[in-house]
Design a protein around this ligand. Structure first.
Ligand code: 3PG
Length: 401
């Protein structure tokens, strides 16, 4: 069900779960992509006359309030994006939230304080979660699930609350699922997946599944060194997950058997230390000195990746190619983003997934509209591509309570 199926919303209290988990530097939001992506659903409901109660999490507090995880800066930014005042409740289901939810007028928006200030939100115990979900549900008449970035979490505001209230899928979740479905069901070929980011261990499931669907797998970021090690190469002081080398070797063998081309960088930007002013140069991928660490893919690799992507009709990219937050190590990520922009202009479907990659492309000066789709989901989009069941989506298919 979509929000259109909820009927006349005028005067109704609608609880919306959004993913407003944005990166902060102190109280400054460094990438507001998730707020901008969440705003249309909230605005649509408010414009329809609903009394909108938004709930969300920030970071990973452990069930009690912590000032640094407060959603206060998010409320301010959400108000700016919506172009309307957002009422803020200092608690999630306490007296302030109850009073403010009760006082809401048609078309007004209330944001509740961080869901994860309540142990029940993320509790393992079904009963504990259900109890918190009941308190949340008591604030509203209907529930709209729009936090795509959390649909892989079996948490009170994602899963349990949908079993207590009439519910609908928000437009952001619908759009995300539609795009990701196009990647898994008969993608236009050639279909390439580009994976980066620090740890290969976070991506094993998705790599395993992609070996059955993708035509090419391009690997960059910190995880590439475990791939180089699996080929018997020295990686110096680069990030290496020694306990994953055998698994990666297995993947390389499987890829060969299944006809999936694995493309690894041929040159690497190496530095003395993990810092922006470290001395650095470019070396061949098979000649990383023992006392240096790789912090980006080199220019030859960027050219090779561009070549491998040029004829692709579908590309999914997750994870930066290097330590892009430091200018000397941003070129690989920037070049890769440009390759995606180029093929998007030629009509390919390009999907950027994961908070870091999305923040990276914006920080490097690209616009969201340069790509086919920028997913708000990090773990959620990877688990979707892994073929896993996502509790926040399956519960919506169960129908109303
Ligand atoms: C994310 O940042 O991927 C989502 O907001 C989920 O956050 P979590 O990994 O802390 O559950």
């Amino acid at each position: 069900k979509t929000t259109r199926d909820l009927g006349d919303l005028r005067g109704k209290r609608v609880l919306v779960r959004s993913d407003l988990n944005v990166p902060l530097d102190g109280s400054t939001i460094t990438d507001d992509g998730r707020i901008r992506a969440s705003a249309p659903t909230i605005k649509g409901l408010a414009d329809a006359g609903a009394r909108v109660i938004v709930c969300a999490h920030l970071g990973r507090p452990k069930g009690t309030p912590e000032a640094k995880y407060s959603l206060v800066p998010v409320a301010k930014r959400l108000g700016e994006v919506l172009g309307t005042d957002v009422v803020f409740a200092d608690d999630t289901v306490g007296d302030d939230a109850k009073a403010k939810a009760a006082a809401l007028q048609d078309g007004q928006v209330l944001l509740l304080e961080n869901l994860r200030f309540n142990a029940g939100e993320t509790a393992k115990s079904d009963d504990e979660r259900a109890e918190f979900a009941r308190e949340l549900a008591s604030l509203a008449d209907v529930f709209v699930s729009d936090g795509f970035g959390v649909v892989h979490r079996k948490q009170a505001s994602v899963y349990d609350v949908a079993r207590l209230l009439p519910h609908a899928t928000g437009d952001l979740v619908s759009t995300e699922v539609d795009v990701l479905r196009r990647l898994t069901k008969d993608p236009e070929r050639p279909y390439a997946v580009v994976l980066g980011g620090a740890k290969v261990s976070d991506k094993l499931g998705v790599i395993g599944n992609l070996l059955g669907t993708a035509d090419r797998l391009l690997v960059g970021g910190g995880m590439l060194f475990t791939f180089l090690a699996a080929q018997g190469l020295e990686v110096g002081k680069s990030l290496l997950e020694a306990d994953q080398v055998d698994t990666v070797k297995g993947y390389l063998d499987r890829a060969e058997k299944e006809g999936v081309e694995i493309v690894l960088p041929v040159d690497i930007v190496v530095a003395d230390s993990f810092s922006a002013d470290a001395a650095h140069d470019v070396v061949a991928a098979d000649a990383i000195p023992s006392d240096r660490m790789g912090l980006d893919i080199g220019p030859e690799s960027s050219r090779l990746f561009a070549e491998k992507l040029a004829d692709c009709r579908t590309v999914f990219w997750n994870g930066p190619m290097g330590a892009f937050e430091m200018a000397p190590f941003a070129a690989g990520t920037k070049a890769l983003a440009q390759s995606l922009v180029d093929i998007t202009a030629k009509g390919a479907l390009t999907v950027v997934g994961g908070g870091d990659s999305a923040a990276a492309v914006r920080q490097l000066g690209f616009e969201d509209s340069d790509f086919g789709h920028i997913s708000t989901g990090g773990g959620a989009s990877l688990e979707y591509l892994e073929g896993k069941e996502l509790p926040g989506l399956t519960v919506l298919e169960e129908g109303d309570a």
